[in-house]
Design a protein around this ligand. Structure first.
Ligand code: ZN
Length: 196
């Protein structure tokens, strides 16, 4: 039961990546990775993720349904502390690693996260060694990155961040649900707050 929910999510993401040349070029991954049992670690945002998935349009419908089903079972994480981002942020934010060294499916090459931010949150400037690609699945947010124009992104849009390129993100009236891919040196590392 639990496993099939993860399998459905993996299958939906695989289809998405195979169908999109930009995604496939960025992060080709093992089509049959080893499944890893990780304990559920729900965060307060799980109910918000499910509400957003249920209320979204037909784009990514299969993947959003799979994410809603797997959300209560996933090993959610929050990289940041209350000191860094505040309690309200932590109540309405979370991500889980679907694929990667600490994921529900093992990979030594790439990481794939599902991440959620509630409406009206500012995700402060941060950076990391890994290259990163966001694909917006539902909702909307303003993306900023050093050397790039600010961009309001919605479903189907992507945002690429080079290695150690500082970036920030702000949600307005809508929350945001994104697929985030990491690759390259430092793909198994962590972001750090700051702009340099
Ligand atoms: Zn990032």
């Amino acid at each position: 039961m639990t496993r099939s929910a993860f399998d459905h999510t993996f299958a939906a993401i695989s289809q998405l990546i195979e169908a999109d040349p930009d995604l496939a070029r960025f992060a080709p991954f093992d089509p049959a990775p080893r499944a890893v049992d990780r304990p559920p670690n729900p965060v307060p945002a799980v109910a918000l993720v499910q509400a957003l998935a249920a209320g979204s349009g037909p784009e990514y419908a299969a993947l959003l349904a799979a994410i809603a089903a797997v959300a209560p079972l996933a090993h959610w994480r929050q990289t940041y502390t209350e000191d860094e981002v505040g309690r309200d942020f932590l109540n309405r934010y979370g991500y889980f690693e679907l694929i990667g060294p600490a994921g529900h499916f093992h990979s030594d090459r790439t990481r794939a996260y599902i991440a959620y931010w509630g409406a009206g949150l500012h995700y402060p400037w941060h950076l990391h060694e890994a290259e990163e690609l966001y694909l917006i699945l539902a909702g909307r947010a303003l993306f900023e990155a050093d050397g790039q124009p600010r961009a309001l992104l919605g479903p189907g849009d992507m945002s690429y961040h080079a290695s150690n390129q500082p970036h920030a993100m702000t949600t307005g009236g809508d929350p945001l649900l994104a697929l985030i891919l990491w690759r390259g040196a430092g793909f198994d590392g962590q972001p750090r707050m700051g702009r340099e």
